[in-house]
Write a protein that binds this ligand. Structure first.
Ligand SMILES: *Cc1c(COP(=O)(O)O)cnc(C)c1O
Length: 511
């Protein structure tokens, strides 16, 4: 136990700060050195965990060494470890070491990047990293942009700007609000049936309403069908609706599908409708040369969201929203009370003008550190590595008689269904009733396999439900995932699937 001189301020002394900081870093080093031996997820129940952590309000100061110990004993073991190389659920992400340290510096400085004057270098670095990101995804580097906490709010903000731009000229929504106009046509937004739920949530909050989110059908690869969009737009225009935006997705959440941006953009241009591209997951994969060759042109949207905290090795929360319509975001969100008035200088940006958020952390610093540390080439190389691992696993799955891959994504995401070969052989001659019954068996089988896989604690996968039924998803994207991890996952997947198939009693008509 170290003894420090008491500090009059009540906070630690700087010696204590350094001492515990070094201790934390060394604990973290051990954590990362042994992470492959740590379970990816926990099986503790909410009640047990509550009992473990629900302590009385501390009346007196507790020694920090105890808090640290308690954290390692009772908190960290009961997390799902997103930063684990065997985490493959949802969209696998990672906090790289420089990104993690940047968060320490961000908290240490604790600057509030609301206006240029309140944090000059933070505002300027935000502009710089947004320019770098724009360059990476082939947007005009001068495009308006802002760093936000997540793609969901980014989409909301883009749709607010779209709504305000499309509102009839004689209606002053900003001052009068949406309520009570007899001459305000019903606003609608259009997106595919695979779009992220944040589009629906935005419609709720915008006062557009879920019934006015038109879900355009997707094809067998889960991509929006442009001719269906065309039909919907033309139908609604005839009916007097006001289409304000189309949301296209690059990397859908279920299967990583990419909507055909070009024909969608053409329709949007023709009808003067705002195009928002949700590339939260898909945007940065364009850094991989072979993906870039076939990549959609992200600059065709009026607005675009990409998620560095999902794909670019930067810790939560950092999302970039770009808006090609100059000042559209500021026109919707700028509102400056006297106490936030500052003298404007040329080249200064007040990022509070671009969203609802006033207090903003120094998010640009972690992107600045991550991008400088790896360089665009380093990031591209790492993303390519994830794609290579995905291709290897995908080829193994394709060769296995009991596995079927669903809807191949260009990105590092595999969707599969375990279908025993016996059922596969029977299906072509099955009646519709038999087919439906077997579909239920297969769903149950896959659900059981996923549960058993996750219970091992050696991997963590998630699922989705698509037209074919229940599907197991494997997302590969952690910066520390290696070939041996994927090889081990494949062995485990085969073993558990085999065992679960053995235990399955099939309906008599299959035998
Ligand atoms: C992850 C994701 C989102 C939501 O992102 P958050 O940053 O968690 O809000 C939205 N759209 C798509 C396509 C996504 O993959």
């Amino acid at each position: 136990m170290h003894h420090f001189q008491p500090n009059k301020s009540g906070d630690w002394t700087s010696e204590e700060f350094e001492y515990y900081g070094a201790q934390l870093l060394s604990l973290l080093k051990r954590h990362f050195d042994h992470i492959r031996h740590l379970p990816v997820s926990t099986s503790i129940s909410p009640a047990e965990l509550h009992q473990l952590l629900d302590q009385p309000l501390p009346e007196q100061a507790l020694p920090f060494s105890e808090t640290l110990q308690e954290t390692w004993d009772h908190v960290i073991p009961h997390l799902t470890h997103w930063n684990h190389p065997s985490f493959h659920a949802y969209f696998s992400n990672s906090a790289s070491y420089p990104g993690i340290l940047a968060d320490l510096l961000i908290s240490s400085l604790n600057v509030n990047a609301m206006v240029w004057k309140s944090a000059p270098a933070a505002s300027t670095l935000e502009k710089v990293v947004l320019k770098w990101l724009a360059e990476m995804i082939k947007l005009d580097p001068a495009t308006d942009g802002v760093l936000l906490n997540g793609a969901s709010l980014a989409t909301f903000y883009a749709l607010v700007a779209a709504r305000d731009l499309h509102a009839p000229i004689d209606i002053d929504i900003r001052n009068e609000g949406l309520i009570g106009h007899t001459n305000l046509p019903k606003m609608r937004i259009y997106t595919s049936d695979q779009a992220h739920s944040s589009v629906d949530k935005a419609a709720i909050a915008l006062g557009i309403g879920l019934n006015n989110v038109v879900k355009i059908s997707s094809n067998e690869n889960y991509q929006m069908i442009p001719t269906e969009l065309k039909k919907a737009l033309e139908h609604d225009l005839k009916q007097g609706y006001l289409p304000i935006a189309v949301i296209a997705t690059v990397g859908t959440t279920s299967t990583g599908a990419v909507d055909p941006i070009q024909p969608i953009a053409k329709l949007c241009r023709k009808h003067g409708v705002w195009l928002h591209i949700d590339a939260a997951y898909g945007g940065f994969w364009n850094l991989v040369p072979e993906i870039e060759m076939h990549a959609e042109d992200l600059s065709l949207g009026d607005s675009l969201v990409v998620n560095p905290h999902k794909v670019l090795y930067t810790p939560l929360e950092v999302t970039a929203l770009f808006c090609k319509r100059k000042n559209a975001l500021a026109n919707s969100f700028r509102l400056v009370p006297e106490y936030l008035e500052t003298t404007k200088e040329d080249g200064s940006t007040d990022y509070m003008d671009y969203s609802l958020q006033l207090g903003r952390s120094f998010r640009s610093l972690k992107l600045w550190w991550v991008i400088r540390t790896f360089g665009k080439d380093g990031l591209a190389k790492q993303l390519t590595h994830s794609i290579d691992l995905t291709k290897w696993l995908s080829a193994e799955i394709a060769d296995h008689p009991d596995f079927i891959q669903i809807a191949s994504s260009p990105f590092a995401l595999i969707c599969l269904r375990v279908i025993p070969r016996k059922i596969q052989a029977f299906l072509p001659t099955a009646t519709p009733e038999e087919r439906a019954l077997l579909g239920g068996y297969i769903d149950q089988l896959n659900r059981a396999i996923l549960e058993k896989l996750n219970q091992t604690g050696t991997t963590f996968l998630s699922h989705t439900v698509v037209k074919q039924g229940y599907v197991i998803r494997i997302s590969i994207g952690n910066i520390h995932t290696e070939f041996r991890d994927i090889e081990r996952l494949w062995e485990l997947l085969k073993k558990i699937s085999g065992e679960t198939i053995q235990q399955l009693t099939l309906p008599s008509f299959v035998d």
